[in-house]
Design a protein around this ligand. Structure first.
Ligand code: PBG
Ligand code: ZN
Length: 322
């Protein structure tokens, strides 16, 4: 039936009618709020409203997340010292391990997801160790990543989230976790992680820009969607419990395609550059921040994401509750 018998505006007439027919919901229960942990706090200029947190401040922030109904945080560590192998990553007294223990002790109900990568810990800033001729050595990096996963799990991490994009790392991490008594610790795999300009603000925050070259030898080409599905299939075969697409907004088609490919839970990472665009445009008066954020997060959910890692989590949770 066409117009005038069919009038789609009938169901848009009031807020109650719109609520009744809304297809996508957005609640704090879908959000994961990142934290950058360092030995001392500092504002992050390119991500207004986000700061590096000392451990006691991270514990306080964890309490705020619980109060807002946000179920999880994802931790990034910024160590004071870096070396060629990124040994700070698997130090049982490393910055993420200490923060994980402190947060779980104070707020056991908050899920702690630990980002697992070497780039914040390596002096050269790459996500794996280097060969003598300066290439990222895939297979040599696997052992270090697996060792880091066990150290994070031992510290109390609820979910391990490898973001390095080495081939075979999910299988290597799963095997090592199982061998060390952590068979029940799930892996959230950054499966389709694209080599993106939108990571710029994060690299300022984490001090993890590569000292030479770029990450295109291991992160995905933004032009490729079929290949993203191959990455997801491989991670599932290796034992991933949750798969992730990153960034989110420029890759909504990939989120949708992964949603249709698998029954696994799907996460999307609304990254620092996406956050910065909204914050700077809102500060300039070009966008209404609240509406823009809620529309963006709803769109990521509509594309098929079950959960969203986003720097807007606290603001969004507050706005949703109003
Ligand atoms: C480290 C890592 C990055 C992000 C999450 N984990 C940066 C990178 O790959 O350079 C990006 C997060 C963001 O941009 O907000 N492997
Ligand atoms: Zn990395």
């Amino acid at each position: 039936m066409a117009f005038p018998d069919t009038r789609l505006r009938r169901l848009r007439r009031t807020a109650a009618l719109r609520g009744l027919v809304r297809e996508t919901d957005l609640s704090p229960a879908h959000l994961i709020s990142p934290m950058f942990i360092a030995s001392s706090g500092a504002a992050i200029a390119l991500m207004p409203g986000v700061s590096r947190l000392a451990i006691e401040d991270a514990v306080r922030e964890a309490g705020e997340l619980v109060a807002l109904g946000i179920p999880a945080t994802i931790l990034f560590g910024i160590p004071d010292e870096k070396d060629a192998d990124g040994s700070g990553a698997w130090d049982d007294d490393g910055i993420v391990q200490l923060a994980t223990r402190a947060i779980k002790a104070a707020h056991p109900e908050l899920l702690v997801v630990t980002d697992l990568c070497l780039c914040e810990y390596t002096s050269h800033g790459h996500c794996g160790v280097l060969t003598t001729d300066g290439r990222v050595d895939n297979d040599a990096s696997l052992e270090l990543l697996a060792r880091t996963a066990v150290s994070q799990a031992r510290a109390g991490a609820d979910v391990i989230a490898p973001s390095d994009m080495m081939d075979g790392r999910v299988g290597a991490i799963r095997a090592e976790l199982d061998a060390d008594g952590f068979a029940e610790t799930p892996i959230m795999a950054y499966s389709a992680k694209f080599a993106s300009a939108f990571y710029g603000p994060f690299r300022e925050a984490a001090g993890s820009a590569p000292a030479f070259g770029d990450r295109r030898g291991y992160q995905m080409d933004p032009a490729n969607a079929r290949e993203a599905l191959r990455e997801v299939e491989l991670d599932i075969a290796e034992g991933a419990d949750i798969v992730l697409v990153k960034p989110a907004l420029p890759y909504l088609d990939v989120i949708r395609a992964v949603r249709e490919l698998t029954r696994l839970p799907l996460a999307a990472y609304n990254v620092g550059g996406e956050y910065a665009m909204v914050k700077f445009a809102a500060a300039a008066g070009a966008l209404d921040e609240r509406q823009t954020v809620l529309e963006t997060l709803t769109a990521i959910r509509r594309a098929g994401a079950d959960m969203i890692i986003t720097y807007h989590a606290k603001d969004a949770a507050g706005w949703i509750a109003q």
